[in-house]
Design a protein around this ligand. Structure first.
Ligand code: FES
Length: 197
């Protein structure tokens, strides 16, 4: 049975938000429904959405691929999205990405055998001042990452095992200056930012 077969009232409600001749505008909320329920949007679901909005599966996929919030393959309970854009790159996101992949023994599109983890590279997450950082699943932001903080987070996620997240402990970095030059960034509790990776 296809995803929306038993959800006609929901489909009608979503379509009612847009002019009758603009059904394609409903692509995002329809994708969101599938993503939330299934954890990813399959080819079959894309085709189904395309039929609903009188478009093509290619067009639906092209919209979907623009946003990292949608996934085209199953993800782990903890979907680790590492920002790879400039500020994070300058603070060690490449090394963080390599470390994550080596530690979890997975790459893009993989899920760890226990179903807990998947990884993805993403563009700027909008918190460049606390680079490097990652977003976990749909909500958690974990910033000012170091190898030590990353290990602690992975251990926490494994201990939980249910997709729940610890409270994000965002701490704006403190800049240590010497003779007018920034020589180091540390978090409020003294952990070095970025360079320690
Ligand atoms: S560059 Fe990573 S949050 Fe902006």
């Amino acid at each position: 049975m296809s995803f929306f077969t038993n959800k006609q009232p929901l489909v009608a409600d979503i379509l009612s938000r847009y002019p009758a001749n603009r059904k394609r505008s409903a692509v995002m909320p329809l994708l969101r429904e599938v993503q939330n329920a299934e954890g990813y949007v399959s080819d079959a679901a894309c085709a189904e959405i395309a039929a609903i909005i009188e478009s093509t599966a290619t067009e639906v996929k092209s919209v979907m691929s623009f946003y990292s919030t949608y996934s085209s393959s199953p993800t782990g309970k903890y979907h680790l999205q590492v920002c790879m854009t400039l500020s994070c790159a300058l603070q060690g996101s490449d090394q963080m990405w390599d470390y994550l992949c080596e530690t979890l023994d997975i790459g893009v599109g993989d899920v760890t055998p226990d179903g807990l983890f998947s990884v993805q590279k993403v563009e700027c997450l909008g918190s460049c001042g606390t680079a490097p950082l990652m977003q976990v699943s749909d909500s958690g932001y974990y910033e000012c990452l170091t190898k030590k903080r990353l290990n602690a987070l992975l251990a926490d996620f494994k201990a939980r095992g249910d997709g729940s997240l610890p409270e994000s402990d965002v701490k704006a970095p403190v800049f240590i200056q010497k003779n007018g030059d920034v020589v180091q960034q540390i978090t409020a509790d003294g952990m070095p930012v970025g360079g320690a990776l």
